[in-house]
Design a protein around this ligand. Structure first.
Ligand code: SF4
Length: 260
């Protein structure tokens, strides 16, 4: 890794990563997982960390397993739902999620997990960078059929230049993130109720943050009412990654300061 890496296209990366982290077995699409755990985010959530992402964020806390396609274990959607429910039931959680890498890679796998969770009492948080939802309007349509999900689109920086600096990807990826919001709106999902915006602003000057808010409100004013601002988590392994790229965050929080 280094500063002179060639920019990559997140959609091309999606395709190659999908082929490494999925397989068809017994009629269902299985995906590779790193681990399952409970956690205090969202007031208590059962989480499954997936392997594989279509970005390579330089502040990513999951980078040490994110691209380790040789690690982990394949699971069917049924097994994933079963394991998440077990954790949630045991600990009295209301929420389930896939996290770690990018959950929207392996669309059929994700949609099947959502179908299974729809009949449960849990709410499923779809954490995503939005790239694939921006590239494929049918993805947003399919997500809109579920009434127990909340889609959290997490922006990597506040503009195309910051996006490229933070991810090493082509700046078109930022436009896809914005397009994800438009596709979700066009599918009838309601900002604040069904989906919302998060944004990594750990490297963003105030004026860029202000411009980003203006951009969002020009799409829909409801998008700016409750933005989840993300700062850099100063885990030692994250700081190590940042130093490789000579990136110095201006907004951080220590892992034990994280809001829950
Ligand atoms: S999108 Fe998320 S999981 Fe993927 S590299 Fe960026 S921070 Fe890590």
């Amino acid at each position: 890794m280094g500063l002179n890496e060639k920019l990559y296209d997140p959609l091309e990366l999606s395709r190659s990563v999908e082929s490494l982290v999925t397989r068809v077995s017994g009629g269902s699409v299985e995906r590779k997982y790193f681990r399952f755990r409970g956690g205090r985010w969202y007031g208590g959530i059962a989480s499954a960390d997936v392997i594989g992402c279509n970005l390579r964020c330089r502040f990513c806390w999951a980078w040490y397993f994110r691209d380790r396609h040789d690690l982990g274990f394949f699971l069917s959607p049924e097994k994933v739902f079963e394991r998440l429910s077990e954790i949630a039931l045991k600990r009295g959680y209301r929420y389930l999620r896939l996290t770690g890498g990018e959950p929207t890679i392996a669309k059929e796998h994700l949609l099947e997990i959502l179908r299974l969770s729809e009949t449960s009492r849990f709410v499923f948080i779809v954490e995503t960078n939005g790239i694939l939802i921006g590239a494929d309007p049918t993805y947003a349509k399919e997500l809109s059929r579920f009434n127990n999900i909340y889609v959290r689109v997490s922006f990597k920086g506040t503009n195309p230049q910051e996006f490229t600096k933070l991810t090493g990807a082509t700046p078109t990826g930022f436009e896809l993130q914005l397009r994800a919001l438009r596709n979700l709106l066009d599918s009838g999902l309601i900002p604040g109720r069904d989906f919302g915006v998060a944004a990594m602003i750990g490297f963003s000057p105030d004026e860029n943050v202000a411009r980003f808010v203006t951009t969002l409100s020009s799409i829909d004013e409801r998008l700016v009412t409750d933005i989840d601002w993300e700062y850099v988590l100063t885990y030692p392994h994250v700081m190590k990654l940042l130093s490789r790229y000579n990136l110095k965050p201006i907004r951080t929080y220590k892992p034990d300061e994280v809001k829950e």
